[in-house]
Design a protein around this ligand. Structure first.
Ligand code: GDP
Ligand code: MN
Length: 389
């Protein structure tokens, strides 16, 4: 689960991390009000969508008057902001964050991720922060430093100093950097975050230099949300695919794709294999859907309904290898779905495993026209042939 930039900043602030003074606004008048309240003579108006790359797409504007804050907020709110991370359809800007603009002297990149290799939270940092960090990673990977954190000991001061030195922080910025990194790490651990990305971390200020977080992105472990109520409350369903939201409410794992062959499969591995088989036969899957183990007829019906909410779906491929599942339940679920949803697209069904004979018999005796398949390859070939007409 992801949160907005302003939520990440408020969270970091509660851990003592320096962030700009700001406020969120849902309308242009609120934006003007926020700017008035926080004061100053220069403000940054920032579109709040979950995707990054806003700076280059016009979603981050520095302005010098309250009127301009209002005008900029008005222009941003309600528009589809398209960045290199949103995909071509973009994301609708429903709120903006207004903050006092900072005098930026230098920008850094500071990320905390879980490194799969070491299975540990790892700091990734660079002195070449800002909007082109992806380019730095590609062109000059030596400018990116890494520091692995031992979970039993936690993040130690010397590690923070090592990272800070490597990215060029010194003098009075050093103790600030140590305090900041330790706070981000503590926040990440407390809140079951998978990732905390600060880009840019900046040296700001006239006179005394100060480190400040100017942009922050957090994502959290969905499997830990049951014990993270405050984080769960920050969830913005508008940023998620409505079909994915509905599916997760029914205990289904659904991810929308852009093809026309709907897929209902049990197990993530088999689901991936099914997508590959469809692609191999020259077709394009419309989604990834894992019904999981113990798929009751109701679950199968819900799965069919969610897949059919995608208007691009021209046929549904059902591929079940029942272990914990039972083919007779799946068959009953498909019949129930056909009757209650009046499915008009062809259904290609491949069943294997527990109670397969019974499952096949139920389908055969239903009087409904399922296309049955012997194995995964056969099922994929038949699905692709169906959409080709
Ligand atoms: P992103 O493009 O979605 O990652 O959005 P960011 O919040 O990182 O903003 C993009 C760029 O806007 C940053 O790299 C900064 O250069 C600039 N920016 C952000 N906040 C400020 C600010 O307070 N003052 C100034 N002058 N520039 C800012
Ligand atoms: Mn950024």
């Amino acid at each position: 689960m992801n949160i907005h930039e302003y939520q990440a900043k408020e969270l970091l602030k509660s851990y003592g991390v320096p962030v700009p003074v700001g406020g969120v606004a849902y309308s242009d008048q609120q934006a003007a009000q926020v700017a008035e309240e926080i004061g100053g003579n220069k403000w940054v108006v920032k579109a709040q969508i979950h995707a990054g790359g806003r700076g280059k797409a016009g979603g981050v504007k520095v302005v010098g008057s309250i009127e301009e804050v209002q005008k900029t907020a008005d222009a941003m709110i309600g528009t589809h902001l398209v960045t290199h991370q949103t995909g071509p359809e973009g994301s609708i800007v429903q709120r903006v964050w207004i903050e006092q603009a900072s005098e930026i002297k230098k920008e850094f990149y500071l990320g905390f991720v879980i490194d799969r290799g070491s299975q540990r939270i790892t700091i990734i940092a660079s002195g070449e922060g800002g909007m082109d960090i992806e380019e730095v990673a590609k062109q000059a990977p030596e400018k990116i430093v890494k520091e692995v954190i031992d979970p039993a000991i936690g993040l130690l001061d010397f590690q923070c100093r090592k990272v800070a030195t490597a990215i060029g922080l010194k003098g009075n910025l050093m103790p600030q950097a140590v305090k900041l990194m330790k706070a981000v790490y503590r926040c990440m651990r407390d809140k079951d975050a998978l990732q905390a990305e600060i880009n840019p971390l900046a040296i700001v200020g006239n006179g005394a230099d100060k480190l400040m977080v100017l942009d922050a992105k957090f994502s959290f472990d969905d499997n830990a949300l049951y014990r993270q109520k405050a984080i769960t409350e920050m969830r913005d369903l508008a940023e998620e695919d409505p079909k994915e939201v509905e599916a997760s409410g029914h205990g289904l794992n659904y991810i929308a794709l852009d093809g026309n062959i709907g897929c209902i499969v049990n197990g993530a591995g088999l689901a991936m294999a099914s997508l590959d088989a469809i692609t191999l036969h020259g077709g394009r899957p419309a989604n990834f859907l894992d019904v999981g183990g113990g798929a009751s007829p109701e679950k199968v019906t819900n799965a069919c309904r969610i897949v059919l909410e995608d208007p691009n779906v021209k046929c549904i491929l059902v591929n079940i290898f029942a272990g914990i599942n039972r083919c007779d339940w799946i068959a009953k679920g498909l019949i129930q779905a056909c009757n209650s949803l009046q499915i008009k697209v062809p259904l290609i069904v491949r069943l294997a495993g527990t109670n397969v004979e019974e499952g096949r018999k139920i389908l055969a005796e239903s009087g409904l026209s399922f296309i049955t398949a012997e194995n995964l390859d056969d099922a994929a070939a038949k699905a692709v042939a169906t959409v080709r007409g």
